[in-house]
Design a protein around this ligand. Structure first.
Ligand code: MSP
Length: 673
């Protein structure tokens, strides 16, 4: 019998339109779900929307809509976006659905009947944005999570006996697999060790929520309501015969994937609720870091979100998936930029996987009439064996790293195989062998192209869960049919059958031209005012119809000697105009913790540059200081101000940026090269 695998995303609040922060979690889960299916697991992948609570009620009010209508609209946007991206979720739960409401009430009742819920009065601080009771805070104190001022709440509530679960939770955390990564596990352990107070699990001063069973003056606390989705969606608490089958089969979840800011809810409250209800706890809770944009967490309230649609319009879903999983070290925060996205796309997808596929398959078409040639034993060299060995090692390494959620390293390993084959092709010059007609050259050519095609097949199979669309196309081009039928656990070197007839060969990742970055920035710029308005609580607007234009041009075939391993040439580097400048004016940008506005004299002119260094440097200490700036960067707008250039600083993991400087005296305007 096949192994079951149940994976969930958080259910997203409907007070904000989806952005690439949400897409990041969903993509990570989708990739894991796809790989599990390829491994033969009976997989269930759940996502959905979190629609109750004071935050949604207020957002709806601000938009002049009923909460239900407001939730309907935004939930539909999430759902449509996941569909457009080909997300392979098996269900989509909304907390306003009847099935959820009834089953969540059932969970509440079971916990109450088991003696873990009692009535009391709560007086204290509450953060509406995080829907969080802030223990120990005083009126006027900020929320420790988001920094917004907390609100004072005094109301009759139902309380959950969280304090009764301290020891049991600590026992649970003894299993290092339960909370990942380690840093998050340590935070949770110290939080629980510091003592747990009972938790209010109902609200009675507003009504947008699930009524408490037998006491409808109260609504269930939105986090208990939301967390319950992980069991209600698969049938827990259903009164219909048969509806609980999925629950019996899939629960406990194998992975709850979440962002790091909601660790406490998932690792403390959720297992305690489950234990109180007599239910098994999930097997693992995996927290990833934040996507940062313009130096801070991408979020609606900061107005610094990037819409997923922009990237889909210009580069497609595979590009975003690959970029996020390759570029961000899973578990840590990672910066998003359009420049980095396009660079990765071109170096790893257009010039990497895409180019390997088109050059290999084009040569098989040209020299062997579109049939996979026979690798001759006599014509075999150590170089062929080395590629085979790299492929075998990559299959093993990729699986290990992937299972540890180290997507970036897993992809690095798979792309290492691609780079090895590229080098092998360059060194073995199949195009030169193709010009010769003697038997020896023909045999060698067959071996080189077989080896390249087999390595391509393996890289494609491994990459499939991450870049599903392009790899499915390559599979068909290789004449292998439906990639979904691949038996991944059996993947090994040498399975490519000779004589396999190729399909039609066409580039899968056309190279992105320079205007792609600009186009995406412009599309986002057009959206910005709407995003900021939403953040300030005024009516949400329909996004302006941004006209997608094709940003890609077909990739020219790579020639021998072209760098395909992400390296740039000296000419590429020479395009970057790095100059010494001197800071004339430095001041904070209003309402930004991170940004400084600088006026920098670069010899020929004075430039306004915005730099995210306010946490590392007081503005007054910078005046008169020499700095290095990238002088030919396209202007971009942040917080309504235009930045003309970028100041160069060392970025230190977990630390503050340090500005590049010189030990010798250097003149203003000097170029760095
Ligand atoms: N509704 C709750 C979750 C309830 S789960 C039972 C919630 N929703 S949310 O809309 O705020 O989404 C939170 C999740 O979206 C994060 O935990 C993370 O998975 C994802 N992200 C939202 N913004 C993000 C970034 N800027 N970066 C990375 N992930 C982000 O909290």
């Amino acid at each position: 019998m096949s192994k079951k695998f149940y994976i969930t995303t958080p259910i997203y609040y409907v007070n904000a339109r989806p952005h690439i922060g949400h897409a990041y979690t969903t993509i990570a889960c989708d990739t894991i779900a796809r790989r599990q299916r390829m491994l033969g697991s009976d997989t269930f992948f759940l996502t959905g929307t979190d629609e109750h609570g004071q935050k949604i009620e207020r957002a709806a009010q601000a938009a002049g809509k009923t909460p239900q209508r407001y939730a309907d609209e935004i939930s539909a946007e999430f759902r449509a976006l996941w569909k457009r991206m080909g997300i392979s979720n098996d269900d989509y739960i909304r907390t306003t659905e009847d099935r959820h409401i009834k089953r969540a009430q059932h969970l509440f009742r079971v916990i109450r009947d088991n003696g873990y819920i009692y009535k009391g009065t709560y007086t204290g601080q509450y953060c509406v944005s995080d829907e969080l009771y802030v223990d120990g805070a005083q009126p006027g104190d900020p929320c420790p999570t988001c920094g917004r001022i907390t609100e004072t709440v005094h109301e009759e509530n139902y309380f959950f006996k969280l304090s009764a679960f301290q020891d049991k939770l600590l026992e649970l955390y003894a299993n290092p697999e339960f909370i990942r990564p380690e840093a998050r596990r340590n935070e949770v352990i110290s939080f629980v060790k510091s003592g747990l107070r009972d938790l209010s699990v109902s609200r009675s001063t507003f009504s947008w929520g699930i009524p408490v069973p037998d006491d409808p003056k109260h609504v269930i606390y939105v986090w208990l309501d939301a967390l319950a989705n992980y069991v209600t969606a698969i049938g827990y608490g259903s009164s219909h015969a048969g509806a609980q089958d999925a629950f019996k089969k899939y629960w406990p979840a194998d992975v709850h994937m979440i962002g790091k800011e909601i660790v406490r809810f998932h690792c403390v409250y959720w297992p305690a609720f489950l234990m109180a209800a007599g239910l098994p706890v999930p097997k693992a809770i995996v927290a990833h870091g934040w996507l940062l944009f313009e130096e801070s967490k991408m979020s609606k309230s900061r107005g610094n979100i990037v819409r997923t649609e922009t990237i889909l319009d210009v580069l497609g879903s595979d590009a975003l998936r690959y970029f996020l999983l390759r570029e961000v070290v899973f578990g840590q925060d990672g910066s998003f930029s359009f420049d980095a996205l396009v660079q990765r796309y071109n170096s790893d997808l257009a010039n990497g996987l895409g180019n390997l596929a088109s050059r290999t398959l084009t040569m098989i078409n040209r020299y062997f009439k579109g049939e996979i040639p026979y690798p001759s034993g006599a014509a075999r060299t150590a170089a062929d064996d080395a590629v085979a060995e790299t492929a075998r090692r990559t299959i093993r390494e990729y699986a290990t790293l992937f299972d540890q959620f180290q997507f970036s390293r897993a992809l690095e390993s798979a792309w290492g195989l691609i780079a090895a084959v590229d080098k092998y092709i360059v060194e073995n010059e199949p195009w030169a062998l193709g010009e010769k007609q003697d038997d020896g050259s023909r045999a060698r050519l067959a071996t080189v192209l077989y080896t390249s095609a087999e390595a391509l097949r393996i890289a494609t199979a491994l990459a499939h869960p991450v870049v599903p669309d392009a790899t499915a196309k390559i599979w068909v081009q290789m004449g292998l049919g439906d990639i979904k039928k691949l038996d991944l656990p059996e993947l090994t070197w040498g399975q490519l059958q000779l004589g396999t007839k190729l399909g039609d060969v066409a580039p899968v990742f056309p190279r992105a031209d320079k205007s792609a970055v600009e186009r995406m920035q412009q599309m986002e710029e057009q959206q910005r005012p709407a995003a900021t308005e939403e953040a300030s609580g005024t009516a949400a607007k329909e996004p302006a119809a941004a006209k997608p234009q094709p940003a890609t041009t077909p990739a020219p075939p790579a020639s021998a000697g072209q760098t395909t391993d992400g390296k740039i040439t000296i000419d590429d580097f020479a395009k970057v105009d790095l100059r010494v400048g001197i800071v004339k004016v430095a001041e904070r940008v209003p309402k930004s913790d991170k940004l400084l506005r600088l006026e920098i004299d670069i010899g020929t002119e004075v430039r306004q540059v915005l730099a995210g260094i306010a946490e590392a440097y007081a503005p007054e200490t910078l005046v008169g200081r020499k700095v290095v700036i990238v002088a030919n960067l396209a202007p971009r707008k942040m917080r309504g101000l235009e930045s003309n250039g970028m100041i160069v600083a060392a970025s230190i993991e977990g630390g503050k940026p340090a500005l590049a400087s010189f030990l010798e005296e250097v003149p203003v305007g000097a170029r760095l090269k």
